[in-house]
Design a protein around this ligand. Structure first.
Ligand SMILES: *Cc1c(COP(=O)(O)O)cnc(C)c1O
Ligand SMILES: [Zn+2]
Length: 393
């Protein structure tokens, strides 16, 4: 196996005001304006070694894109083999919908059963390099199991808080990896307040979505993988079940980096955010033409990963939708459950409810003409259905 090249990370930059921050110390959000920080690389130097040929001979995980990841030299210590998941053709499902180029990016095989592993692995590699010993993680579920597993792997203590009505399988998972778990009577925002308090009192490092700058770096590798797996092209449309929006923001960033490295042209996929009708802050803001999203009151959906009433980086999600020419749609829980079964029966892919929401969303987008049937379409199945015995049948 070819050895991995070093990271070309240079600094962090505020996504809104542009303020520069050092990448050699622990960072959370922008010290000037409080918004999300994004990692910047020496892409000219990365481009000298990163190509489709070169990455082809590297490790079969997301760390194959080491030049554009933080702390690639720490990957061996924290990696559980995350990423480089299959991009599957879905011909039967496609035929039923009249789409001949339907693909499913299946994230269910990731460590801890969801794509949260990508973001947490990247954040953990950097945190370990900077001497963190305790991690605080508010979560709707899957980020908690990933944090617990990667902390165990790297020898750190994990402090996780999640809503008490999170799926039992995820609660069991977090405990099984040895994390300290608090179940809160409320939503992910309430878990966030509890963890923030723990971080202030005990000096834990908070890894909450986009308040930590490197989770988005792990998730952006999904964009690099699409490029590699489609032989250097990108699809026409990407349907993404959107909670905190890390993956959507990350892929949009990946495409920018690929262009800057001369690996693609200026063409981009249209990005579609799929949410549940019972928790659709981005859809509501999109329909109102707003640049920020108001928090959703009393969020209710069977899909925990997208039960995020007040995403911290709402502005970046909406920006990616606008710039890409995509949109945002909400789907009912009933159609999510039906779609789970349909994906399993027609393609043998075990969809999680969040992933199934993208199929329900595709139906809406085909009907309203936002996506044409002859386009190349990628649905993101963001995790395994196995964590949801309550929804199977
Ligand atoms: C967290 C999660 C999502 C939402 O991901 P974001 O990138 O935070 O929007 C979707 N699906 C599953 C299974 C998740 O765990
Ligand atoms: Zn700023």
């Amino acid at each position: 196996m070819a050895p991995l090249p070093a990271s070309t990370l240079t600094h962090l930059e505020c996504s809104i005001c542009g303020e520069r921050h050092s990448a050699d110390e622990l960072q959370t959000t922008c010290r000037a304006c409080g918004r999300a920080l994004l990692a910047r690389y020496d892409l000219a130097s990365a481009a000298r070694t990163l190509s489709r040929d070169s990455v082809g001979g590297r490790v079969g995980s997301m760390w194959r894109y080491a030049e554009v990841l933080p702390a690639s030299e720490m990957s061996e210590r924290v990696s559980l083999g995350e990423g480089f998941t299959p991009l599957l053709k879905a011909p039967q499902l496609g035929a039923a919908l009249g789409c001949d180029r339907l693909l499913v990016k299946d994230e269910g095989g990731n460590p801890t059963g969801s794509f949260k592993a990508r973001g947490i692995a990247a954040a953990m590699a950097k945190a370990v390099a900077l001497g963190v010993t305790d991690v605080g993680m508010p979560t709707a579920g899957n980020a908690g199991s990933a944090a617990a597993a990667y902390c165990a792997r790297a020898g750190l203590a994990a402090h996780v808080a999640m809503p008490k009505d999170a799926p039992q399988a995820i609660i069991d998972e977090v405990r099984n990896y040895g994390a300290e778990l608090a179940l809160v009577d409320g939503y992910i925002g309430d878990a966030g307040r509890l963890i923030a308090e723990g971080c202030r009192e005990h000096g834990w490092f908070e890894m909450s979505t986009l308040k930590e700058p490197y989770r988005v770096e792990g998730k952006k590798t999904m964009g690099y993988e699409l490029w590699e797996q489609l032989d250097g092209r990108l699809p026409d449309a990407i349907l993404y079940p959107t909670g905190g929006g890390t993956g959507l923001i990350g892929m949009w960033k990946a495409f920018e980096e690929l262009e800057e490295m001369g690996l693609i042209g200026s063409e981009r996929p249209r990005m579609f955010a799929i949410q549940a009708e019972g928790c659709a802050p981005i859809v509501r803001a999109w329909e109102a033409g707003a640049e920020r999203a108001d928090p959703w009151q009393a969020p209710e959906t069977i899909a925990p990963g997208i039960r995020v009433p007040g995403p911290f980086a709402d502005d970046l999600i909406l920006m990616a939708l606008r710039e890409s020419g995509g949109s945002a749609v909400a789907v009912a829980d009933g159609s999510i459950v039906e779609s789970m079964r349909e994906i399993s029966r027609m393609e043998g892919i075990d969809a999680c409810p969040e992933g199934a929401a993208t199929l329900a969303g595709l139906r809406v987008l085909l009907a309203n003409g936002a996506i044409a049937r002859d386009e190349e379409i990628v649905l993101f199945n963001t995790g395994t259905g196995l964590k949801h015995p309550e929804l199977r049948g």
